[in-house]
Design a protein around this ligand. Sequence first.
Ligand SMILES: Cc1cc2nc3c(=O)[nH]c(=O)nc-3n(C[C@H](O)[C@H](O)[C@H](O)COP(=O)(O)OP(=O)(O)OC[C@H]3O[C@@H](n4cnc5c(N)ncnc54)[C@H](O)[C@@H]3O)c2cc1C
Length: 304
Amino acid sequence: MQTTTRIPLTERRLAPVERLHRAGAAVTASFEFFPPRTPELARGLEETVDRLRPLHPTFVSVTYGAGGTTRDETLDTVIALSRLGLRVAAHLTCVGHTRGEVRDIAARYLDHGVDRILALRGDLPADYGSPPTDGLDHAADLVHELRDCGVPHVAVAAFPEGHPESGFDIEREIENLLRKEAAGATQAITQFCLDNEAILRFHDRARRAGVTLEIVPGILPVANVAQTRAFAIKVGASIPDWLDRLYDGLDDEQPTRDLVAAALAAEQCADLAAHGLGHVHFYTLNRAPLTYAVCRVLGMRVRL
Ligand SMILES: Cc1cc2nc3c(=O)[nH]c(=O)nc-3n(C[C@H](O)[C@H](O)[C@H](O)COP(=O)(O)OP(=O)(O)OC[C@H]3O[C@@H](n4cnc5c(N)ncnc54)[C@H](O)[C@@H]3O)c2cc1C
């Protein structure tokens, strides 16, 4: 029989969540949503927002289909959320858009009091033709354009495990982050990453290279390993082997998978907070229960 060695009480280390609460440290969170495309999905998002809003997120964000495929839906969702009193960051991708188009979109957001944009390049669809002549090649160019339009807060993406197009070369991603900051970015949000070592190493290397903007870890509570793996392969994130073992045999037990996911994500966030990264960005997939549970474990409270 396998046994575990008992650690003497005097050497006991506090678990991340316990350490967080004993220190009285506060964690803050932001939430990502995607714009709903059917009435049923719209009702789902409404319920999700009703549940998460009382936790007072620092901001919420709404994704944008590269090439403008959700242009109107993103705009409508952003405006609806901001009317609820939430601070909203509208995602905007530059791929396939002209400078004029992105300036027009930025102006519409500013007119509606939305002062925060997450500037991304977006991924080129397989059947993408030639780019517009007056287009923008990279996210840093979009940041520059948005700042020039008067957008006060422009966030950008960061990739702790590297990006497929740079051959997962972290050095090149940090150089790119420096370009984004030089163009006027005010915050970076990371691709989801399940490996805190990778996040903290990336953070330290970025700081040593001169990046000063806030780097916010992107958190995806994993309730379905197969689905997460498919997504991870697309974006170049890694899934640790031990995670497969953890979920082995739970295919038909969603409630258990949810509990496991919430426990792991809470531990991940508390550990990040212990290392100075006390603001986390949740990929909610438009569902509230997991994110809500994790935020509660982290000490966030409902305030109506
Ligand atoms: C938090 C977050 C939110 C996201 N939201 C969306 C969304 O709403 N919609 C969507 O379509 N996608 C979204 N994405 C995905 C993102 O658009 C893709 O990952 C895209 O491939 C990279 O975007 P970027 O903004 O970092 O692009 P870029 O900064 O343009 O980088 C893309 C690649 O080009 C390289 N590169 C950049 N500049 C140069 C240069 N001058 N010379 C040489 N190489 C260069 C970079 O190193 C990188 O490998 C999101 C990603 C994150 C992390």
